[in-house]
Ligand binder design. Structure first.
Ligand code: JHZ
Length: 406
């Protein structure tokens, strides 16, 4: 058994989701017998206050030349990253000749905004296919995993950065202790680290357990982020809640003592204590809510199926992999899942092997019920699918409770 990835102390188990495949391991029929599985157990460390997965597939199994997730698949997310970039550009932390680094820049969706106005920048992205989309847009990108070793060579080539940014990246990195060290080396004394990830508080409040899958090795809170980066003398100076990915948090960190700590940090720490995000008892309560959600969902789907209803999934998200495999939902309950990502189409979902089809298939074969796996994009999808809804198509969601939307 491994210990906490931050404190190296023993952890306590919150919930075990059992045998799980790769969240983005969409596969072809002839790859089924080679499919990879691991045991997914969510753990909590009382020392570091970090909620984490102890077992995780090796990074090269998850992030490679066929990585299936492109950030640019959502219009709303493009707007979000533009506004993130603008808040950095107009914010108080950049010098007159700034240098900005983004960790895990994916297809360049955020850095392109810096490139457009001539700000010196560098993206680090280990997945070749998405990195080459960034490079085609003119973004300066290194196709590598970030580490303290890479940080030293970046330092020699470019110097220190005014801002290091990351969105939906930090929670993916098992060796995060080394990342904290690398950030410390690369930041100017007045520089800031700004990163955002799905927030533990939202996951607990909404029972959105689908945020837990192989790539998300950590579920951060203000408490755990403060502890982790505090080990490198980096201080949490601001927290800014985000509506993206069903509820995220942006954390702003700087070298201790350089900037005042904003009131938002103290408030969030207090709220987390009230919610019990740093108490194993409250986290175990989350585990029973997850079990109830599984029961409610499988009961609903089986009852609809027994009435002869056709059910499809909308959005072959990484998140859906946890729901499908934990609840054992396969093609007997869900006919297909529609997704706009060409790399996922024509393949089967990881583990439960439901066919992934394009949007046209959904339009030509509208189901009676659509399970909204991409619930975090509900607004965008609902406005796109007005015709389906108006002609009687129904939507199922599982957060915050399993229900059919009226
Ligand atoms: P979406 C990924 O998670 C993986 P996922 C990763 N680990 C992570 O942290 C987050 O993103 C940031 C499709 N879609 O955003 C496109 C439609 O078909 O919820 C996507 O495949 N039609 C890096 O996969 C999926 O749904 C649409 O109209 O859980 C959405 O995936 C829209 C809007 C999306 O992230």
């Amino acid at each position: 058994m491994r210990n906490c990835r931050i404190s190296n102390e023993p952890t306590k188990s919150i919930i075990n989701f059992g045998r799980q495949p790769l969240g983005n391991g969409f596969l072809k029929e002839n790859e089924i017998n080679r499919e990879y599985f691991y045991d997914m157990s969510l753990e909590y460390s009382e020392k570091s206050m970090m909620v984490q997965l102890l077992n995780q597939p090796s990074p090269d199994k998850m992030f490679h030349e066929n990585y299936a997730f492109f950030s640019g698949t959502s219009q709303h997310m493009s707007e979000h990253f533009k506004s993130f970039a603008n808040s950095v550009i107009k914010g108080p932390y950049l010098s007159s000749k700034p240098f900005v680094i983004e960790l895990g820049c994916n297809d360049g969706i955020m850095l392109q905004n810096f490139d457009e106005i001539g700000i010196r920048h560098l993206g680090i992205e280990p997945s070749h296919n998405v990195a080459s989309v960034a490079a085609e847009k003119g973004v300066n990108v290194k196709t590598q995993f970030f580490s303290s070793q890479l940080a030293s060579s970046i330092l020699k080539e470019y110097g220190q950065a005014d801002a290091i940014l990351a969105a939906n990246v930090m929670c993916h990195i098992p060796g995060i202790r080394d990342i904290a060290k690398a950030v410390k080396v690369l930041l100017k004394p007045t520089g800031v680290l700004q990163f955002e990830d799905p927030y533990l508080g939202d996951v607990i409040k909404k029972t959105s357990y689908d945020q837990i899958y192989d790539e998300h090795v950590f579920l951060f809170s203000a408490h755990s982020v403060k502890f982790l980066f505090g080990l490198e003398d980096l201080e949490l100076i601001d927290v800014i809640p985000q509506s993206t990915h069903g509820g995220s948090m942006r954390y702003v960190l700087a070298t201790k003592g350089v900037y005042p700590v904003k009131e938002s940090v103290f408030e969030l720490l207090k709220e987390e204590e009230m919610l019990g995000l740093n108490s194993i008892e409250k986290l175990l309560n989350f585990a029973s809510n997850v079990e109830q959600s599984k029961l409610d969902l499988t009961t609903l789907l089986k009852s609809l199926k027994s009435k002869g209803k056709r059910i499809a999934g909308y959005g072959a998200t990484s998140k859906s992999t946890t729901i499908l495999n934990y609840c054992k939902i396969g093609p007997d309950l869900i006919d297909y899942i529609t997704d706009t990502t060409p790399l996922k189409q024509g393949k089967l979902t990881p583990g439960m092997h439901i066919p992934v089809v394009n949007h046209e298939h959904f339009l030509k074969n509208p189901p009676d019920y659509s399970f909204l796996f991409a619930w975090n994009h509900a607004e965008e999808i609902m406005s796109k699918e007005v015709e389906y809804t108006n002609s009687g198509g129904k939507w199922i969601v599982h957060v915050p409770k399993v229900k059919i939307l009226s």
